[in-house]
Design a protein around this ligand. Sequence first.
Ligand SMILES: [Zn+2]
Length: 359
Amino acid sequence: MAWHVRGVVLPDDEVRDLWLVGDRVTFSPVPGARTIADGGFVLPGLIDAHCHIGIARGGAPITSLDQARELARVDRDAGVLAIRDAGSPFPYPELDDEPDLPRLARAGRHVAPPKRYLRDIGVEVGAAEVAATVAAQARAGNGWVKLVGDWIDRGVGDLAPSWDADTMTAAVEAAHAAGVRAAVHTFSESAVDIMVRAGVDSVEHGTGLSLDLIDEMARRGTALIPTMINIRTFGGIADQAREKFPGYAEHMLALRDRFPEVVRSAYEAGVPIYVGTDAGGGIDHGLAAEEMLLLREQAGMSNLDVLAAASWRAREWLGFPGLVEGGLADLVVYPEDPRVDLRAVRDPARIVLRGRVIR
Ligand SMILES: [Zn+2]
């Protein structure tokens, strides 16, 4: 069975016809194809570049593949047809090619320092074991490793880097030697400085970025996944921590308050920015559209750049070809033009994943 889709295919600004055969796209007419969209605005399927389908609501690791399927379907039904899983305590390589699930770019488990990260989520190791652990987690994932660059150090009463600069640099080198890219969680100023200079491929959150470091990221092409939805929860984190760790609480609030300006500066400097929600644990799945709207409203990104950050540009970055000849038959169709009113992305009229009509 082949499908026919007609509409304005973004980012180009023209009405085009395309055909979906199997899980591929072609611009050559396929006789007998059934038309499933005629009119509207067609985008390569959205991505969520920072998502956790291995962490259940509340923060515990999932315990079955079905739980991961269920969470991934929530994202899929919002038009997210590829997910970069930014660390999972539960391995699920079996789901990579599952026909009705989003395509997956997976890290293995988070690599974290002992007793400093979310309980039961990461592989917790001391400095001497970091590089070997990264190599092992590179094999568990399919293209990424996830490093925890900082977290609260209860002895210090504030955020602190997970390991020293030499160890973190060796961790990034171990990832690259294993042929994968490295993503790093950072909230603090100190950790993100170490990690960008260590050559990490993507900064997750990055609340501690300075203008100097933003320029360095732009120069290196280091990606930023701001997860603005997540940063909005810092007030709750600060409230819980204030009694025992007042300095940490104040630090988190300061990082939250300056963050829109950080993302705006990164955008203006030309840092590649991608849409990621940090769904899993404390944040619901299916919120990619809300993250897109935050990037526009809080960081001043143009509608077109937000769409690129959630669709064609992000897909290219993750290695999932879009709506080109021979590309992947993953698309969303909106009745209204999301370049004019970005809120259109909240409600796709049509969703096609791997050539299968989902909606
Ligand atoms: Zn995360």
